[in-house]
Design a protein around this ligand. Structure first.
Ligand SMILES: Cc1cc2nc3c(=O)[nH]c(=O)nc-3n(C[C@H](O)[C@H](O)[C@H](O)COP(=O)(O)OP(=O)(O)OC[C@H]3O[C@@H](n4cnc5c(N)ncnc54)[C@H](O)[C@@H]3O)c2cc1C
Length: 358
């Protein structure tokens, strides 16, 4: 068993931003990330203007990383498509590129970043973690940033919530499809979910969808075949994706941690999970990660601050999700987008956590 000052478990945007913020103010920081090298996650790859600003506060410029600029929203239903301007510049960037850049930045700032290290369980009262090789580390301050993945001993109490599943694939689009997608985030509402499409830094299209977890019961191949029939425009993209789908289940949209144990900070998706349709999860992760370096040392005070800041974006995103998923309502929403200029802009603004660290 060894002791350390600040230990971060998970090197996604939340954990990496916390490492950057804490190391920058001079703390001794160690971050444990189970992936050994670059990898993609089930994520839409959409970065809103708040995420772009928070990235700059981490010392990174998304444009320099090659992010594809996005200025417009397109909603596609079987009845047709509606388009609208976004209020500010957004971007498409793969998680492979984003997460590697954040981890490299954390190391540059002086954090010790250990890759290929998996935490098996946590004792929240002792702030002790056990690694998969049996080693134990006790931390003065422990930061949980494992995203959608539960840690034994510190799992989020989400069993009685409706859960969602996600699927993601990337593909090189046909030239005509690429031209049509350039500059857009394209959303396809589905009966109990949605699909999102955008271009990434290497010209590939990222197709990510989220559905109620029950729909995965027959397996992802059946789900994709069903969706291709239900949403015709989406079907063409599903065909292009062929295989190479990654899946995730157990996503508790709308969940927030309202309290925590002393010295134990829950960051990113471990603290608040926004409906992914809003495309603000990465911003929330960054805002919470950077926020721990700003406030005092009290974890319960931080957690309450984080829960308050996340309340409005989570509630608005949940309401938009319900609206978009009701078959009759999604047609209405698409018409609203077409005939009420600014409706998309208002909705997009209300679902942002904002560019200020928590
Ligand atoms: C279908 C879907 C689409 C989405 N699309 C978007 C989008 O377009 N834009 C957006 O902003 N947000 C989107 N989100 C939300 C976004 O992906 C999350 O909110 C964000 O990734 C949370 O960041 P995080 O750092 O908390 O966790 P994660 O990004 O999940 O990172 C957690 C890290 O912890 C590591 N880890 C896990 N367990 C362990 C362990 N035991 N030991 C060591 N390391 C561990 C993992 O390897 C990973 O690197 C989407 C979510 C879903 C489900």
């Amino acid at each position: 068993m060894r002791r350390t000052a600040a230990l971060i478990v998970g090197g996604g945007p939340a954990g990496a931003a916390a490492a950057i913020g804490l190391a920058r103010r001079g703390d001794t920081v160690e971050l444990l990330e189970r992936s050994r090298g670059p990898r993609d996650l089930v994520c839409g790859g959409f970065l809103g203007w708040d995420a772009l600003s928070l990235l700059r506060q981490c010392g990174l410029n998304a444009a320099t990383l090659g992010a594809h600029p996005i200025t417009r929203l397109r909603v596609v239903t079987n009845a047709g498509a509606a388009e609208a301007d976004l209020p500010h510049l957004a971007a498409g960037l793969s998680r492979r590129t984003l997460d590697e850049a954040l981890l490299a930045r954390a190391a540059e700032q002086g954090a010790v970043v250990r890759r290929g290290v998996s935490v098996r369980s946590v004792d929240p009262d002792e702030r002790a973690v056990r690694l998969s090789d049996g080693q134990e580390i006790v931390a003065d301050r422990l930061y949980l940033a494992t995203g959608k993945h539960e840690l034994r001993g510190a799992a989020r109490p989400i069993a009685d919530r409706p859960l969602a599943a996600g699927l993601r694939a990337a593909m090189m689009p046909r030239p005509a499809d690429r031209d049509r997608l350039a500059g857009f985030i394209e959303l396809h509402p589905l009966p109990d979910g949605y699909a999102g499409l955008l271009l990434q830094e290497d010209g590939s299209a990222n197709l990510c969808l989220s559905v109620a977890q029950e729909r995965m019961a027959g397996g992802s191949a059946k789900l994709l075949a069903d969706l291709a029939r239900e949403a015709r425009a989406l079907g063409r993209w599903i065909e292009q994706a062929e295989d190479g789908w990654a899946a995730i289940a157990g996503v508790p949209y709308g969940w927030r941690a309202r309290g925590t144990e002393p010295g134990l900070f829950r960051l990113g998706d471990q603290g608040a999970v926004i409906a992914s349709l809003a495309g603000d999860g990465v911003a929330i992760a960054l805002a919470s990660g950077l926020g721990v370096a700003r406030g005092g040392p009290s974890a319960p005070a931080f957690q309450r601050r984080f829960a308050r800041r996340a309340a409005r974006p989570l509630a608005v995103a949940g309401a938009i999700k319900s609206l978009a998923e009701a078959p009759a309502a999604s047609g209405v929403a698409a018409r609203l987008l077409r005939f009420v200029p600014g409706a998309a802009s208002v909705a997009a603004r209300l679902t942002r956590i904002g560019a200020r660290p928590v």
